[in-house]
Ligand binder design. Structure first.
Ligand code: BG6
Length: 487
């Protein structure tokens, strides 16, 4: 590599999730997923993430009764189901070395409990992987990205029930058996830590179905089941697919002390330890002692079955992946000004600008995260989500998005610095390289893409794809393996 370039073979690409792009929510045998009941709420403040992601049993039942997609944008996505060839061709044109995508569990197992998979679902993903192979795009597959079968949520309260582990292991094994010849990189759970921020989206947990007063404990129990499932499928991937690499996936919520007052520093330290806990379990194979002490103090009891400790210890991950969008601060002052981030409400950092959704833009925080994670885990790292949600304007068929280019450029420069300082960063996939439906607000108008999709929040539009200015910019970054960043 020349000094200005990224390491040879660096995996540049983008990341999408089935529930936010595929659409085709009720055809070819797909069952309903938890994403299919997430509604677009035009009258709710877009910075109020909790109001967008919290869902009651009544709302779920209302959604099940409504078989249209009018208020449920994830049911239509960007119709990737019918556009995937065109979209993959655009990714290839940008020079993508990799694409991170997820498999919709309910497309393979409509209720989650079938013993054999839906053949049409299998056929759909095989076609995608074949096309990717033809285009030389390496797949990175997430097994669980906010799309568990709704029926498991309704009948079992999702991951709160240990029996769901078996359903997931069956699903994952079908993926390994059918897609293993195409897929080497696997991620188990997207942002496994997010279970605390939106238990329904992440784990199918419905408040009304959790024992009263034990809601928090229920979430931790479900998390434990996910940890065990993650270890079991890591074992199976390793057994079934030679050369496979399995990663964990964390929301990196970088937090700084607002001031150097020791209380701010202590609170920040604790926040960051809590944020690392999820990767700790998947990398070191055990719960950190201080987390166990904290759970005890809070009287939260996690039921562990015989053998769980060994399973966690024996089947740890091969690499670490994370999403990084923003950072935040922490303070001992209860009146410190707050601002929203990726499904969090953090203390506002006076040194950082924010997006229209209040997320604080912090490229340096990405470098700090890389150094911190590499130092802690000593395993290869991949950034599998990063980007900036923005409202784009179409002018005479063109989309000029200098703000997006500036965001990426600053983040890529920080990645390069971290690599030069010794961090083993092996890949980068931007979030939503093509516009897609927002996970948090179900908006279409919160756009992340290099490719514009002509659709609005209510689903109107041609669904035609257009290249933004950033498309050509990213293409150049990839073609020069990052050298263009210093030109
Ligand atoms: C990540 C999720 O947390 O953030 C993605 O893994 C999501 O699914 C992304 O889309 C951005 O969040 P939002 O709410 O802007 O779509």
């Amino acid at each position: 590599m020349t000094k200005t370039q990224f390491p040879e073979g660096f995996l540049w690409g983008g990341a999408i999730a089935a529930n936010q792009v595929e659409g085709a929510w009720n055809i070819d045998g797909k069952g309903m997923s938890v994403a299919d009941v997430a509604s677009y709420k035009p009258h709710v403040d877009n910075k109020d993430y909790a109001a967008h992601t919290h869902i009651t049993l009544e709302k779920i039942e209302e959604a099940i009764a409504d078989q249209t997609d009018t208020w449920y944008p994830k049911r239509r996505g960007i119709d990737f189901y019918h556009h995937y060839k065109e979209d993959l061709a655009l990714f290839a044109e940008m020079g993508f070395k990799t694409l991170r995508l997820s498999i919709a569990w309910s497309r393979l197992f409509p209720t989650g409990e079938e013993l054999t998979p839906n053949e049409k679902g299998i056929a759909f993903y095989i076609e995608i992987f074949k096309e990717m192979r033809r285009l030389n795009i390496e797949p990175i597959v997430t097994l669980s990205h906010y799309e568990m079968p709704l029926s498991l949520a309704m009948n079992y309260n999702g991951w709160a029930d240990r029996r769901v582990i078996d359903d997931f292991v069956r699903f994952a094994n079908v993926c390994f058996d059918h897609f293993g010849e195409y897929v080497k990189y696997w991620l188990t759970f997207n942002e496994i830590d997010s279970i605390h921020r939106h238990p329904f989206t992440t784990a199918g947990i419905i408040d009304e179905k959790s024992p009263k007063g034990l809601e928090e404990q229920t979430v931790y129990q479900a998390l434990h089941h996910q940890f065990v499932a993650s270890a079991l499928v890591t074992r199976d991937a390793h057994l079934k697919i030679s050369g496979s690499q399995v990663g964990c996936m964390l929301t990196k919520l970088m937090t700084y002390p607002l001031t150097c007052a020791p209380i701010d520093v202590e609170l920040t330290l604790k926040k960051n330890l809590e944020n690392n806990f999820y990767a700790d379990v998947q990398v070191f194979g055990e719960y950190p002692k201080m987390i166990l002490a904290d759970l005890k103090r809070r009287n939260i009891q996690i039921e562990m079955a015989e053998g769980d400790t060994e399973v966690l210890k024996e089947h740890t991950v091969d690499f670490i992946t994370f999403s990084y969008y923003m950072s935040m601060a922490e303070s001992g002052d209860p009146n410190a000004e707050r601002t929203p981030g990726n499904t969090v409400l953090g203390v506002k950092n006076p040194y950082l600008p924010s997006t229209e959704w209040g997320w604080q833009i912090d490229p340096k925080g990405l470098k700090i995260s890389l150094i911190e994670l590499y130092d802690r885990y000593q395993l290869p790292l991949m950034i599998v989500e990063n980007g900036m949600g923005a409202m784009d304007v179409v002018e005479n068929g063109k989309i000029h998005d200098p703000y997006r280019i500036a965001y990426f450029k600053a983040h890529f420069q920080q990645m390069k610095e971290a690599i030069d300082e010794g961090v083993d960063l092996v890949g980068y996939t931007s979030w939503g390289p093509i516009d897609l439906v927002s996970a948090g607000t179900s908006q279409m108008s919160k756009r992340y893409g290099f490719i514009y999709v002509d659709a609005d929040d209510e689903g109107h539009g041609s669904y035609n794809r257009y290249k933004k200015d950033s498309f050509y910019w990213y293409q150049n970054v990839i073609n020069t393996n990052g050298a263009s960043l210093t030109e």
